[in-house]
Write a protein that binds this ligand. Structure first.
Ligand SMILES: *[C@@H]1O[C@H](CO)[C@@H](O)[C@H](O)[C@H]1NC(C)=O
Ligand SMILES: *[C@@H]1O[C@H](CO)[C@@H](O)[C@H](O)[C@H]1NC(C)=O
Length: 366
């Protein structure tokens, strides 16, 4: 009798732990579109001619211990989201012989939201890393789709349980323009075109059956150590006294984000059955600039882990992976990995801010 009671309690305790430890499996697959913030290997598989250093350590040094094509020392936001759903890390679409039933990653480092031809027309071509823009990524999705589901009914059931990550994307359209010497006004005039390219992709995915979509905004580029180095100025009032970031560039990122949110509002009205979720990468990352040590970033928010000297350890002629650069021993005490991309530690905090925090405008988990 005593034993039975004891076993009864054990069963209760075991089932309690079982339930509390089971990952809630909201989504059964994830499809990701975007650029280097989400690319898990497509750019590297496509040749990476314009950025060969990602094929070598120290890229990948922290988690994978070898380069994977991720522009970081370890996992990205999309990896942490996949883990939270109990799903495998997303394979890049260009990887041969994969089963993509649990999702695929179409994001490509260097990708633009706009078609490269339109950027080239504006005289922005020298810096374009890749032609695999959002349009190409959506075409890849169409090529893959017949292997995921067949009938309309089957696809609708399948995609209802899928999470679509659209972005971050658009950052490169602006990077290329800024780095080509375009004026702030010229770059600002790109915003409506970049946002409509993103909106067209969101709508295209909804028409193909997507229901759950997460659309991240731009990061605070004024806190990026590449921008802080390239746009360094003696004018003190250009810097935000609270965090040392460049005010105008952060205002530009916020402007893009507001435009994007307006476009998303229209899409929500047009497609009331879709859950179109805004992910506030800007706000999630600004926490690092305001209180870096609270997140374990002992080096502050404005130092690069892997770089080649200079006030922010970002040196354009000795970028991460190039001769003259070296990686820090402890990337988790840095926000910035290579001056443009963030460390795994920073991406982990951003992902937690989306999954458990308040950095989405609708809850990510239904
Ligand atoms: C992209 O396409 C243009 C025009 O076809 C070509 O000139 C350019 O080299 C391509 N860029 C890359 C990185 O493949
Ligand atoms: C940047 O890198 C170049 C090449 O390695 C080097 O000559 C130069 O001193 C570096 N600049 C700074 C500020 O460390």
């Amino acid at each position: 009798m005593k034993l039975t009671l004891l076993s009864f309690f054990f069963i209760i305790i075991i089932s309690f732990f079982h339930f509390s430890h089971t990952t809630p499996q909201n989504f059964t697959s994830i499809f990701s579109f975007g650029d280097s913030l989400a690319d898990t290997g497509n750019f590297l598989l496509s040749g990476a001619l314009t950025f060969p250093s990602i094929s070598q350590l120290p890229y990948g040094m922290t988690y994978f211990h070898h380069p994977t094509g991720r522009c970081s020392d370890g996992r990205l936001v999309v990896d942490f989201i996949a883990e939270s759903q109990g799903l495998p890390l997303l394979q890049p679409y260009l990887a041969p012989n994969q089963n993509f039933r649990q999702g695929a990653n179409f994001a490509v480092a260097g990708a633009t939201a706009m078609n490269p031809a339109a950027l080239i027309e504006m005289g922005i071509s020298r810096y374009i890393w890749t032609n695999f823009s959002l349009t190409t990524q959506l075409q890849w999705f169409d090529k893959l789709k017949p292997s995921l589901c067949k009938t309309t009914q089957e696809c609708s059931e399948y995609f209802k349980k899928s999470l679509f990550l659209v972005g971050e994307i658009g950052g490169n359209d602006y990077n290329y323009a800024f780095f080509s010497g375009k004026s702030a006004a010229e770059v600002t005039s790109l915003v409506p075109r970049v946002v409509s390219a993103i909106a067209e992709t969101i709508e295209g995915l909804i028409e193909r059956g997507a229901v759950n979509l997460v659309v991240p905004g731009n990061l605070p580029v004024g806190c990026s150590t590449a921008y802080l180095t390239l746009f360094a100025t003696a004018e003190k009032e250009e810097y935000d006294g609270r965090n040392g970031c460049l005010k105008k560039l952060n205002a530009f990122a916020r402007y893009h984000n507001e435009f994007l949110r307006m476009a998303m509002g229209e899409l929500r009205r047009k497609h009331p059955n879709a859950r179109i979720i805004y992910a506030d990468y800007y706000g999630a990352a600004m926490r690092f600039a305001h209180a870096p040590r609270h997140f374990g970033f002992g080096m502050g928010a404005l130092q690069t882990c892997c770089g080649g000297g200079g006030p922010y350890n970002f040196n354009v002629t000795a970028r991460c992976g190039h001769p003259g650069s070296h990686a820090c021993n402890d990337p988790s005490s840095y926000v910035s990995w290579d001056g443009i991309h963030l460390t795994e530690a920073a991406y982990h905090h951003i992902a937690a801010g989306l999954l458990k925090g308040s950095f989405t405008d609708l809850p990510l988990m239904t």
